[in-house]
Design a protein around this ligand. Structure first.
Ligand code: PLP
Length: 398
C-alpha cells in the first residue's frame, strides 16, 4: 500500500488563534543573544528576582518527605486553606474551601474559567489594551471576543459607562484585569464594584484577573473581587497567580476563587486535563502564602523605584509620551510621535529598535492598540538606565 503524505489538517478551534506577540519578540531577542549580542531585554513580563529562600526550602522539604504523588485535583486542603488565609489576612474576606481551586498557573485558571462558562458564539468583553492571551483563549473556547477600547487620555481606565455600551444579549463574560498588563492601569475600587453590579444585573460573569493584585504604587490599596458583597458573588470569579507576587513563574501555581458550583465544574474540567498542580509547587505555595511576606513587599518597593525612574526618563525622549501607571510592572508609552518613513507600526518600531539598538520591548499591536509599546520594568535598574540611553540614541538618529 502506498501512503499519501497529505497536508496536516488541524481543528477548526485553532483557525482564529494567533501566535503570542510577546513570545515572538522574546524569540528574536534570544536569537540575538545566542549570537553574542548584548541585548537589553525589557520584553518579558517576568520578575528578575529569584524565588525567596523560605519558599525554595519548603519545596526541598516536600521532595525529601516524598510529597511527590498525585494530590486531590483541586490541590491539597492545606493549600486551598492557605489561599483563603491570604485573602482573610489581606482583605478580611471569608470564603469557603469549596470556593477555591489551585491551578497550574494563572493562565490555566483563566483557561478553565472560560472553558467552563463559554458556549460557541457567546461574547466575552475584553478591555483593550489587553493581555495577549485573553482573546486567544476565548477563540479556543469557541467564543467571540468583543473589544472594549479604553482611552490613553483617560489612563486606559475601564469605566462603567464603557462597559454598559458593550453589553449585548450574547454577553457571557466580562474580563477585568486590574492592575492591567500591558498598561499598568488600575480601576478604582468603587468603579470596579459598580461594574460588577452592572454585570450581575445582566447575568454576566466578571472574570477578575488579579495576577498583579499586590503591585500597587504610591500607597494604593490592593483590593479583590473575591470580597464583593454576597449578593454579587454568584457572578464574580477571581483568577490569581503566585508567579509575579512571589517570583515563582516557573513553578506554575495559580488559583480560582468563585461560587462553589462553578469551582466544582472547573474541578471536573481540570480532573481530565492536568489533574492536580505539581505537588512540590503546592508545598512551596503554602509557604509563600502563609510564611513571611516581607520579600514580596520588598520586590514591590523596588518595582516602584524603577517605575519612578522610567516614566520621567521616557517622557524626556523625543516623540515619546508615557503616562504614569499606578500598578503592575509595565509602562505603555505612546510612540506615534516616532513613527515616520518606513517605520509605520509598533511592530516596525520594535523590530528596528532591536536590530539597531539591541533593546527588546513588545509592540502594542498584539495588545490590541497599536502606536504604543510595552516596556516591562521587571528588569534590573541598571538595565533600565541602559535601555533609556540606547533608546535616546536611537531616536535622535531617526
Ligand atoms: N494574567 C496576566 C494579566 C498576566 O500578565 C499573566 C502572565 O504574564 C498571567 C495572567 C498568567 O501568569 P501565570 O500563568 O504565570 O500565573
Amino acid at each position: 500500500m502506498t501512503l499519501v503524505r497529505s497536508k496536516h489538517v488541524f481543528s477548526g478551534r485553532l483557525s482564529q488563534m494567533e501566535e503570542s506577540s510577546t513570545m515572538l519578540v522574546m524569540l528574536a531577542a534570544q536569537k540575538l543573544k545566542a549570537e553574542g549580542v548584548d541585548v537589553v531585554d525589557l520584553g518579558a513580563g517576568e520578575p528578575d528576582f529569584n524565588t525567596p529562600d523560605n519558599i525554595k526550602e519548603a519545596a526541598k522539604r516536600a521532595i525529601d518527605r516524598n510529597f511527590t504523588r498525585y494530590t486531590p485535583v483541586a490541590g491539597v486542603p492545606q493549600l486551598r486553606d492557605a489561599i483563603l488565609y491570604r485573602y482573610r489576612e489581606d482583605f478580611g474576606v471569608e470564603r469557603k474551601r469549596e470556593e477555591v481551586i489551585a491551578t497550574v498557573g494563572g493562565k490555566h485558571s483563566i483557561f478553565n474559567i472560560l472553558m467552563t462558562l463559554v458556549n460557541p458564539a457567546d461574547e466575552v468583553i475584553i478591555p483593550a489594551p489587553y493581555w495577549v492571551t485573553f482573546p486567544q483563549v476565548v477563540h479556543l473556547c469557541g467564543g467571540r471576543p468583543v473589544t472594549l477600547q479604553t482611552a490613553p487620555e483617560e489612563g486606559f481606565k475601564v469605566t462603567l459607562d464603557s462597559v454598559s455600551r458593550r453589553l449585548t444579549k450574547r454577553t457571557r463574560v466580562l474580563i477585568l484585569n486590574s492592575p492591567c498588563n500591558p498598561t499598568g492601569a488600575v480601576i478604582p475600587k468603587a468603579e470596579f464594584l459598580r461594574i460588577c453590579e452592572l454585570a450581575a444585573q445582566h447575568d454576566v460573569y466578571v472574570l477578575s484577573d488579579e495576577c498583579y493584585q499586590r503591585f500597587l504604587y504610591d500607597g494604593g490599596a490592593p483590593y479583590t473581587a473575591a470580597a464583593v458583597p454576597e449578593e454579587l458573588r454568584h457572578r464574580v470569579v477571581v483568577s490569581g497567580s503566585l508567579s509575579k507576587t512571589y517570583a515563582m513563574t516557573g513553578w506554575r501555581l495559580g488559583y480560582t476563587i468563585g461560587p462553589a458550583e462553578l469551582i466544582g465544574q472547573i474541578a471536573k474540567v481540570q480532573g481530565h486535563e492536568t489533574s492536580n498542580p505539581c505537588s512540590i509547587a503546592q508545598a512551596a505555595a503554602i509557604e509563600a502564602l502563609t510564611g513571611p511576606q516581607e520579600s514580596a513587599q520588598k520586590m514591590i518597593q523596588e518595582y516602584q523605584r524603577r517605575r519612578d525612574f522610567l516614566v520621567p526618563a521616557l517622557n524626556g525622549l523625543p516623540g515619546i509620551r508615557c503616562f504614569k501607571p499606578e500598578g503592575a510592572f509595565y509602562v505603555y508609552p505612546d510612540i506615534r510621535g516616532c513613527l515616520k518613513g518606513e517605520m509605520r507600526t509598533s511592530d516596525d518600531f520594535a523590530a528596528r529598535l532591536l536590530r539597531e539598538a539591541h533593546v527588546a520591548l513588545t509592540p502594542g499591536s498584539g495588545f490590541g492598540v497599536d502606536g504604543f509599546v510595552r516596556i516591562s520594568y521587571a528588569a534590573a535598574y541598571s538595565a533600565l538606565e541602559e535601555a533609556v540611553r540606547r533608546l535616546g540614541e536611537f531616536l535622535r538618529k531617526l
